[in-house]
Structures are given as structure tokens and as C-alpha cells.
Design a protein around this ligand. Structure first.
Ligand SMILES: [Zn+2]
Length: 155
């Protein structure tokens, strides 16, 4: 367990369930039933003040993306990093960090999955973590790496 030496960049964004799977902490309005992220005490759509927390699994598809080349103010993590919008299976789109920083490796609609990403180490030596979305191809199946004319069979 690395729980003691890591902490989220901000409380209330994601939760880690048994087995290490991250879930997004969203809010569902009891009035208009719309989801929002991050969870707020007031519905951003209808201003109702009755919001129920809902943990969503991180299956999503990529909507739009870019690569951030320079550190935004206050940012202490590595650059470049990917940044974009994904659409969760539950139907909401959220702004998120992406683990893939090369825009050429990303395509609209590609399957993405929620992960927890190490951002930087703070002054007290703790690893600050945030949520991010990773192309599903990054997890297990290697991306299509088949350069034309590569015939280097070893052994
Ligand atoms: Zn509402």
C-alpha cells in the first residue's frame, strides 16, 4: 500500500475502491437528475441544493484533446502533458488530464479509462496524485507500432 505517502491534488475528485480501481466522485441532482463533476453541493444546471454523490467507473471515450507544452501557473508536474475532454459512459463530459502527451497518438472516440497519475512530489516528500484518462490501448495491448519497412527479426 502506498496510501500513506500519496495524497490527491484535491479532495473529492476520485476514490480508490478495493483492488485499487479508481472511481470518479460525481454528483447527481435529486431534482433534475443530471450528473456533474466534480460533485458540488448545488446542482450547476438547476441550482437545486439536493445532490447525491455517485461513484462512476472510469470508462470513457475521447472527445477532444491537446498537448500542454509549458507549465501552467502553479503547476509542478511534468510537461508536456495531455489535456482534453472525455465523455463518460454515463453521458457527461469532463475536462481531464490525459496520460498520452502526444496528440498524434490520440483519435476521437477512442476508448479511455480512468487512472490515478502521479503529478509531483511536494515539499514534504509526498507524491501528489490526480485523476487522468489513459488510452485503453496503453493497458496491456501495445499501440499499433508497425513502422513501414521494419524487418528487424531478431533470432
Ligand atoms: Zn439539477
Amino acid at each position: 500500500m502506498r496510501v500513506s505517502d500519496t495524497f490527491p491534488v484535491r479532495d473529492g475528485l476520485f476514490a480508490i475502491v478495493e483492488g485499487g480501481t479508481p472511481l470518479l466522485i460525481t454528483g447527481r441532482c435529486n431534482d433534475c437528475a443530471r450528473l456533474h463533476f466534480p460533485q458540488q453541493s448545488t446542482c450547476p444546471y438547476c441550482a437545486a441544493t439536493t445532490v447525491t454523490q455517485e461513484l462512476l467507473d472510469g470508462e470513457a471515450s475521447l472527445w477532444t484533446w491537446t498537448s500542454v507544452l509549458r507549465e501552467p501557473p502553479g503547476y509542478r508536474g511534468p510537461v508536456p502533458f495531455g489535456f482534453g475532454v472525455v465523455e463518460l459512459e454515463a453521458g457527461i463530459r469532463i475536462v481531464t488530464r490525459l496520460t498520452e502527451s502526444d496528440p498524434r497518438q490520440l483519435t476521437a472516440g477512442m476508448p479511455m479509462r480512468l487512472v490515478v497519475d502521479d503529478l509531483h512530489t511536494d515539499d514534504e516528500g509526498r507524491v501528489v496524485q490526480t485523476y487522468a484518462f489513459a488510452p485503453v490501448t496503453d493497458m496491456g495491448v501495445p499501440p499499433d507500432t508497425d513502422p513501414p519497412g521494419a524487418d528487424g527479426e531478431a533470432g
